[in-house]
Design a protein. Structure first.
Ligand code: NDP
Length: 262
C-alpha cells in the first residue's frame, strides 16, 4: 500500500491528494480551495456560479496549483453523480471532500416561511447527502488503497447552541454534526476520517442572503461587538486537520471568533 504522503514534501504536504470542495464559489469553500491547492492538492471546485469558479481556477493555476471547476447544483442528484464520475475519470477519484455548500435563512417560526425552511433542508441536508452518496465510494477506495481519506462536513456552532429564530438552520446543522459522528464510526475502520466543522460567525456571503429584519439587526450588532472570523481562518483549520498523520481524526472542530460568547 502506498502512503498518501509518498509524493508529499514539507512545503507541499497534500501533494498527491485530490480535494473536492462544494460551495467553492465564495466564502469558506473558496478560501479552502486556495489553501489546499497551495499545499499541493489538486482541487475540484464545485458550486452553481460557473464564472466565479472559472476565476478561482485561474487564480489557483496562476499561483502554480491545479484546479478543475465543475458547475453543479448539489440538490440535483444526477448532476452531483455526473460530477463524481468526472472526478473519477479525470483525476482518479477524490480522497478529500469538503462538503460545505449551505444556506442560512433565519426567521421567527411563526412567520411560517415554508419556502425558506425547504430551501435550507434541500441544500443543507439533501444536498449534503447527495454529495456523500456520490463521493463516498471514492473516499473508501482511497482509504483502502492509500491509507487515508477525509470527509469534512461543514456544520456550525448553531448545531450546539441556541439562537432564537435560527431553529430550522440550526436543526439542519445538528443533522450534519450527528450524521458526521455516525459516519466516523462507520468509515474510520476503512481509513476514512470524518470531521464535523463547527464555525462561529465567519464574514462571508452567507449573511447576505438573510431577509429577516430581526436577524439582520442581530448580525449588525454582532459585527459591532466583535471581530468575525475570516474564511481564511477556517481554511487554515481545514488544512491543519488534513495534514495530520493518518491515525489522527479530529472528530468535531469548533472554531469561534474570540469575542463570540456562544
Ligand atoms: P457563502 O454563502 O459564501 O457560501 C455558500 C456556498 O454554497 C457558495 O459557494 C454557493 O455558491 C454554494 N451553494 C449554494 N447553493 C448551492 C447549490 N444549490 N449547489 C451548489 N452550491 C451551492 O457562505 P459560507 O462560506 O459562510 O458558507 C459555507 C458553509 O459554512 C455553509 O454550510 C454554512 O452554513 C457554513 N457556516 C458558515 C458560517 C458563517 O458565519 N459564515 C458559520 C457556520 C457555518 P453558488 O451560489 O455559486 O452555488
Amino acid at each position: 500500500m502506498s502512503t498518501p504522503t509518498s509524493s508529499a514534501t514539507p512545503s507541499a504536504p497534500l501533494r498527491g491528494r485530490v480535494a473536492v470542495i462544494t460551495g467553492a464559489s465564495s466564502g469558506i469553500g473558496e478560501a479552502t480551495a486556495e489553501k489546499l491547492a497551495s499545499l499541493g492538492a489538486r482541487v475540484v471546485v464545485l458550486a452553481r456560479r460557473a464564472d466565479r469558479l472559472h476565476d478561482l481556477v485561474e487564480r489557483i493555476t496562476k499561483d502554480g496549483g491545479t484546479a478543475v471547476a465543475i458547475a453543479a447544483d448539489v440538490t440535483d442528484t444526477a448532476a452531483v453523480q455526473a460530477a463524481a464520475d468526472r472526478v473519477e475519470a479525470e483525476l482518479g477519484g477524490a480522497d478529500l471532500l469538503l462538503n460545505n455548500a449551505g444556506v442560512m435563512l433565519p426567521a421567527p417560526v411563526e412567520e411560517v416561511a415554508t419556502g425558506q425552511w425547504q430551501q435550507q433542508i434541500d441544500l443543507n441536508v439533501t444536498g449534503l447527502m447527495n454529495v456523500i452518496g456520490a463521493f463516498t465510494p471514492q473516499l473508501v477506495r482511497a482509504g483502502s488503497e492509500r491509507g487515508v481519506a477525509d470527509l469534512i462536513n461543514t456544520s456550525s456552532i448553531a448545531a450546539q447552541n441556541i439562537f432564537p429564530h435560527f431553529a430550522v438552520y440550526s436543526a439542519t446543522k445538528a443533522y450534519v454534526t450527528h450524521l458526521s459522528r455516525h459516519l466516523r464510526a462507520e468509515l474510520g475502520a476503512k481509513n476514512v476520517r470524518v470531521a464535523a466543522l463547527e464555525p462561529g460567525i465567519v464574514g462571508t456571503e452567507l449573511q447576505g442572503h438573510v431577509t429577516d429584519q430581526g436577524a439582520l439587526d442581530w448580525l449588525a450588532g454582532a459585527k459591532q461587538s466583535m471581530e468575525w472570523l475570516t474564511p481564511q481562518d477556517i481554511a487554515e483549520t481545514i488544512a491543519f486537520l488534513a495534514t495530520l498523520p493518518p491515525r489522527v481524526n479530529l472528530q468535531q472542530i469548533t472554531v469561534m471568533p474570540t469575542g463570540q460568547p456562544s
